[in-house]
Design a protein around this ligand. Structure first.
Ligand code: SF4
Ligand code: SF4
Length: 319
């Protein structure tokens, strides 16, 4: 079943809370990297950016997607037999999915006994998600943790996500929003009224470089960051994915550090590029675009952290 943006709780859905649905692709428990304490991080599907280094490529499309794990497939053909769209076939290279033909009926998932086919993304109600979060309540209480919404870009499903955050607040949970910042200011401003903490990602200060790396320029993102900082409504921690050959030169990091210091950023997290998400590209039938780049070692990441610290910022390697 495919739902459009308003049906899944995008901005202006006009729906009663009980009728809202959110499209979620992962719920990570015991997370210690997405804000203070032990947290439950809910990952929402759909993103306005297409970062070449994205380690969660299943987060980008705002629809459910079939993922095929070829290494598990034994060629039994059970999935092919139940697929009435003719979208599946066995090629010499393994199971082949024609995504143009697939109507997301998901019959193949139940048919496969090897768990070689799965779906990324499921529609959930607010009650279902709150129930998931409630299970972790003792951890929040003992650690000062709570619920973080991430993605993708969670604010693409603003009505649903803001309703979720409001209910979490009402239950006394700490709330955090992990955002790429590419959303209308009015939407981010509504979020700032609710969340305790924003984890704000900055990919590049140069608009052309930003477009090259992510598919969009950075004007809205930087404008939103400045407005959010000056609003003083919630704490804001900056996250910097450092990509070799893209935004890792000393000269660039010094410029970024100067800008963030000028904004009085509370905290900066330096996140090193990695390729852990690479196998997922194959499962989704997508090409990985950053081949040939080696992750930066700890020594270089720590050098970058030191540049931020020298500029007067509270910077750490990792989250
Ligand atoms: S049912 Fe599973 S194991 Fe069998 S061919 Fe399909 S994907 Fe492979
Ligand atoms: S989801 Fe349905 S249409 Fe798509 S490959 Fe599976 S069985 Fe075929």
């Amino acid at each position: 079943m495919l739902l459009n943006s308003q049906e899944i709780g995008g901005t202006g859905s006009g729906k009663a809370e009980k009728d809202l649905k959110g499209l979620v692709f992962n719920i990570q428990r015991y997370s210690i990297h997405d804000g203070p304490g032990i947290r439950t991080t809910v990952f929402f599907k759909g993103c306005p950016l297409h970062c070449k280094w994205c380690s969660n490529p299943e987060s980008i499309s705002p629809q459910p997607e079939i993922m095929v794990r070829e290494a598990r497939c034994n060629g039994c053909r059970r999935c092919i037999e139940v697929c009435s769209s003719g979208a599946l076939s066995l090629a010499s290279t393994g199971l082949w999915l024609d995504r143009e033909k697939c109507d997301l009926c998901f019959k193949c998932i139940d048919a496969c006994w090897e768990d070689a086919i799965e779906v990324a993304g499921r529609y959930m109600s607010l009650d279902e998600l709150i129930e998931e979060c409630r299970r972790d309540e003792p951890f929040y209480r003992n650690s000062g943790g709570g619920v973080t919404v991430s993605g993708g870009e969670p604010l693409l499903q603003a009505d649903f996500v803001l309703a979720l955050l409001s209910r979490c607040k009402a239950l006394g949970y700490s709330t955090a929003l992990d955002t790429c910042g590419q959303v209308p200011w009015g939407v981010l401003d509504r979020a700032l009224d609710i969340v305790d903490l924003v984890l704000f990602d900055i990919k590049h200060l140069d608009p052309d470089e930003h477009r090259d790396g992510t598919g969009v320029d950075n004007r809205l993102i930087l404008s939103n960051l400045e407005k959010a900082m000056s609003s003083g409504k919630s704490r804001i921690w900056i996250r910097i994915p450092v990509i070799p050959g893209y935004n890792d030169s000393n000269e660039y990091i010094e410029k970024l550090a100067g800008k963030l210091n000028g904004m009085k950023a509370e905290k900066v997290s330096v996140l090193g590029y990695h390729e852990f998400g690479r196998p997922k590209y194959q499962s989704l039938g997508k090409a990985y675009q950053l081949s040939g780049r080696k992750p930066l070692g700890n020594i270089r990441i720590n050098e970058i952290v030191e540049i931020f610290k020298s500029a007067g910022l509270d910077a750490t390697a990792g989250y």
